[in-house]
Design a protein around this ligand. Sequence first.
Ligand SMILES: *Cc1c(COP(=O)(O)O)cnc(C)c1O
Length: 380
Amino acid sequence: MTHHFSTRAIHAGQTPDPTTGSVIPPIYLTSTFVQDGVGGFRNGYEYTRGGNPTRTTLETLIADLEGASHGYAFASGLAGEDTLLRALLKPGGRVVMGNDVYGGTHRLVNRVFVPWGISLETVELSDLDAVRAAVTPGTTVLWVETPSNPMMKISDIAALAEIGHAVGAIVVVDNTFASPYLQNPLALGADVVVHSTTKYLGGHSDVLGGAVVTSNDEIAEKVGFLQFAVGAVAAPMDAWLTVRGIKTLAVRMTQHSANAQAIAEALVGHPAIERVYYPGLAEHPGHELAARQMRGFGGMLSLSMVGGADAARLFVESTNVFLLAESLGGVESLIGYPAEMTHASVRGTALEVPENIVRLSVGIEGVDDLIADLLEALKH
Ligand SMILES: *Cc1c(COP(=O)(O)O)cnc(C)c1O
């Protein structure tokens, strides 16, 4: 029986506790599990690095929401990415990634994997000819992020998967910005999906986490082994908080998207703003593609300021409801200056962000309050 997304978000991987009937499965704050005789594990649980029931709940849930057969939960998004890349690469391997992927992803590959013997090339993912030229035979991983951060570019997951597969590359999609409610990359042909569950899945800015999901048994086996062997796992308390957050993902994403659309429309044409980057606007170059491959346009948008870097800095320091902070995807609205905050680590690389860009993570507060806050701050 296939249920609606909202129903699965609340119930997948979860059954009331058989001992007490507790509707919410308990948090298994334990490092180890008693054995019924040597090697007599109950339901396979032996030691929490290898597996913990609360983590299993989260892993089952995220895999279900992405339509995957295997899920793995990690201590952070980057911990998951690191474990995945170790599983896919060996020295001599080659990674091609989008030229505005998450700064930390670029740093991980460029400063940890490149010194280990991996070659890295960045490419404009929305330009399929450029991708075809970059994805040469011998490319091990094609790393895709759409919508991208912070320029909100949309790239064609199905076409990219085809280009990657033509040379035998594994196609990975970082689905953090869209969340599984708005986009399911595996259904479009990707091999692996990664999430920073810190963002929309957790949804309340109170816990760090990451996930890797796939329906490829061979990749799953390697990731599962490395999750155990390396140990960058999600702790039980963190896993539980993330499961709780996911229960409301559908209603939150609907509201994030509606609020972001209203804000984008309110800011288009404002004299202090050069351009609004939001895929829900008809004038956005990726609008039609986003409408095809996503079920909504999400809660992230960026603006370029007519007044350049100074105007951008003044703006982000002048809001009251929007809080000046890194991160995204929580119920509260955040505003950031990527050039010196989230993207400081990529200055001087192909991923450098223009210095007049401001990024908004639109929360689920009353949208009139959010618009009034932005318009007031723009008066400065
Ligand atoms: C935050 C983020 C990450 C990294 O996740 P952490 O949980 O901070 O380690 C990866 N990709 C994207 C798109 C992100 O926004």
